[in-house]
Design a protein around this ligand. Structure first.
Ligand SMILES: N[C@@H](CCC(=O)N[C@@H](CS)C(=O)NCC(=O)O)C(=O)O
Length: 215
């Protein structure tokens, strides 16, 4: 089989999304660690200096949603896209919500300033944490509405939307305030509980002895 090579960073939620999909597909891959905050990733792999990127033979891909769509199309089993057109659209909607409105407050504000920076001995800003918690509310509400509708974020069916959301909610809920807030979004919380038990989630947990999710 043509070799797959993932370039990523161990704390990166976007890298973990790709790793979860590779895991679900049962694919072997080489892994190269690149810390994009400390070094510039190879511009031939990512012209915007981020991770992840994926090499498959001669092809190079970056942008996580494109990578996961590619993996799902190129390696069809198990299928990670729902068959119905509306469910497919919802899946893309979740991915877009997560990228456009979720990543910054959930990860870069709440997780970074509430968990990561304090643990790493870096300066944390309580105002960033507060702003992130506020900005997270409409995101969680929109995702809870989608989970309640049941076309995607269905605990019984893992899709690319699940892979895109799980690493970010995992980080968000490692902050005490984030875990408490999740109680207001019961359908999303149910989905998270079930998804946390999947092998692709457990086997890609960043292993740092960080506090575990205990809402
Ligand atoms: N739109 C990109 C986002 C990737 C991204 O933001 N990755 C983060 C790590 S989780 C990164 O490389 N950050 C480095 C930086 O912001 O300089 C994707 O979908 O892959």
């Amino acid at each position: 089989m043509t070799r797959l090579e993932l370039h990523g960073y161990r704390f990166s939620v976007y890298t973990r999304i790709v790793r979860m999909v590779l895991h679900e597909k049962g694919l072997e891959y080489a892994y190269r660690e690149v810390d994009p905050f400390a070094e510039t990733p190879d511009p031939a792999l990512h012209p915007f200096g981020r991770v992840p990127s994926l090499r498959h033979g001669d092809a190079v891909l970056y942008e996580t949603a494109a990578i996961t769509r590619y993996l799902d199309a190129a390696f069809p089993e198990p299928v990670l896209m729902p068959p119905a057109p509306l469910a497919q659209a919802r899946m893309m909607q979740v991915i877009s919500i997560v990228d456009s409105y979720g990543y910054w407050p959930l990860v870069r504000q709440v997780f970074s300033h509430g968990v990561f920076r304090p643990l790493e001995g870096e300066v944390a800003d309580a105002k960033e944490l507060e702003a992130g918690l506020e900005a997270a509310k409409p995101v969680l509400q929109a995702l809870d509405d989608i989970a309640s509708e049941g076309l995607v974020l269905d605990p019984r069916r893992f899709t690319l939307a699940c892979a895109h959301l799980a690493p970010m909610l995992d980080y968000f809920t490692r902050a005490t305030e984030g875990a408490e807030m999740m109680g207001y979004y019961p359908q999303l919380l149910t989905w998270l509980y079930v998804t946390r038990e999947r092998a692709c989630f457990r086997d890609t947990l960043p292993d740092l002895g960080w506090p575990k999710f205990t809402p």
